[in-house]
Design a protein around this ligand. Structure first.
Ligand SMILES: [Zn+2]
Ligand SMILES: [Zn+2]
Ligand SMILES: [Zn+2]
Length: 83
């Protein structure tokens, strides 16, 4: 992923920038859990929109805490019904 601070290209699973040492914010698809580049807008695996508003619009599973997309009836992780 590309560092937002200095622009250095780091490995996708890097936790800290090799260019400036800041912590890299790895984004993860809230639908399927695929790691995504921090500058990616859509999941490369399932096509879900990525981004900060995912958690705002999403529904948090009461059982496992997984954030599912709005309108989801059953949790994608544990399959419990979401209230
Ligand atoms: Zn950097
Ligand atoms: Zn996905
Ligand atoms: Zn769940």
């Amino acid at each position: 992923m590309k560092c937002k601070a200095c622009g250095a290209l780091n490995d996708a699973d890097a936790s800290f920038c090799k260019g400036c040492g800041i912590k890299l914010e790895a984004s993860e698809c809230y639908q399927c859990g695929t790691p995504a580049d921090s500058d990616a807008l859509f999941c490369s695996k399932c096509g879900s929109k990525l981004g900060a508003n995912a958690s705002v619009q999403g529904k948090t599973c009461q059982s496992c805490g997984f954030i599912n997309s709005a309108g989801t009836m059953y949790c994608h992780r544990c399959n419990q019904k979401i209230l």
